[in-house]
Design a protein around this ligand. Structure first.
Ligand code: HEC
Length: 292
């Protein structure tokens, strides 16, 4: 294709103008050195020459077009184009290791509630934690196919309690052993569960777990007229729910209760479930499991 590089073209144009200017200067100098009467024509010539000299000075100061420049372009309206900030994967002299990007501080809980080092931290390969391989522990689910149809809707099958024995349904009936051993036994687990419950749940359900709304509210939030009262989680209905279902409710929410899976770690959720049972027991020492 036949084409003209505009930069080269402009250089030729400027070169031509400058060349004309040089000729004019020479002519003016020559004429001014010639003796005789200087007429109006000469002063026009001088003005024209001055114009070209000015143009020459501008070109000399700003340079020819078409040259690559490493310097910053002119920005008359800066807006927020230049800010003091670090670029991703950039360098920082502030930190000893020279990296501008920092790891989260210790014990940071990412928004999805997972353990940072288990998920994205340094480990040689994919871990069971990363894959969330144990669905009993991570999801509270014992048997994902255990469903039953109720009022035309497929719902999780509840566990069956027969002669002191439990046959699990959809959800795990008991807090998984993995959670208890990770916590270092039931003692530390319940203590931790109490602390976590008071942090995450008590605002609505009260430290006693009795929930309620308005003047009957045990929690602070419930006292402010919620459209749906926080449930009394110590009540008979919730005593008979399998542990996995309580875990599921904390993780994903239920009805007008929001889920807390993103901010309460898996291990902490199990501890809360364990502590919920303590609250229920404190409420109803006789007939823990309500058989309707
Ligand atoms: C923002 C207020 C609020 C917080 C915080 C809260 N809940 Fe709830 N919770 C509710 C409300 C409201 C209900 C009733 C939901 C409904 O019936 O629609 C409820 C219901 C429940 C239920 C009964 C669910 C069912 O099967 O019907 C359980 C169990 C429960 N909450 C446990 C917890 C636990 C454990 C925590 C702490 C991790 C917690 N809640 C934090 C407001 C809250």
């Amino acid at each position: 294709m036949y084409s003209v590089d505009t930069n080269v073209f402009m250089n030729w144009v400027i070169g031509l103008i400058l060349g004309t200017g040089v000729l004019l200067v020479v002519a003016t100098l020559f004429l001014s050195s010639v003796r005789g009467k200087r007429g109006r024509g000469f002063s026009y010539l001088s003005m024209l020459t001055a114009l070209f000299v000015c143009f020459g000075l501008v070109v000399a100061a700003l340079g020819f077009r078409g040259q690559a420049s490493g310097s910053r372009p002119w920005h008359f309206f800066l807006d927020m184009k230049y800010q003091p900030r670090y670029s991703a994967q950039g360098e920082s002299k502030l930190f000893a290791d020279g990296r501008a990007m920092r790891l989260p501080v210790e014990n940071t809980i990412p928004f999805d509630g997972t353990d940072y080092f288990a998920d994205a931290g340094y480990h040689p390969g994919p871990t069971a934690d990363f894959l969330k391989a144990d669905q009993r522990y991570y999801l509270g689910i014992a048997n994902p196919t255990a469903k039953e149809t109720k009022d035309g809707v497929s719902v999780p099958k509840p566990p069956e309690w027969k002669a002191g024995q439990i046959t699990e349904g959809y959800f795990v009936a008991r807090v998984p052993d993995a959670a208890v051993s990770t916590a270092g036994g039931w003692g530390p687990m319940l203590q931790h569960g109490r602390q976590q419950f008071n942090v995450h749940c008590a605002a609505c359900h009260g430290t006693s777990g009795k929930g309620g709304a308005g003047t009957d509210a045990y929690g602070i939030v419930g006292a402010y007229g919620l459209s749906v009262a926080p449930a009394d989680v110590t009540g008979a209905t919730y005593q008979s729910l399998p542990d996995g279902q309580l875990f599921h409710t904390i993780t994903n929410g239920k009805g007008s209760m929001p889920g807390y899976g993103h901010q309460v770690k898996v291990q902490d959720r199990w501890a809360i479930v364990a502590y919920l049972r303590v609250l229920q027991y404190a409420r109803a020492p006789v007939g823990m499991v309500d058989k309707k």
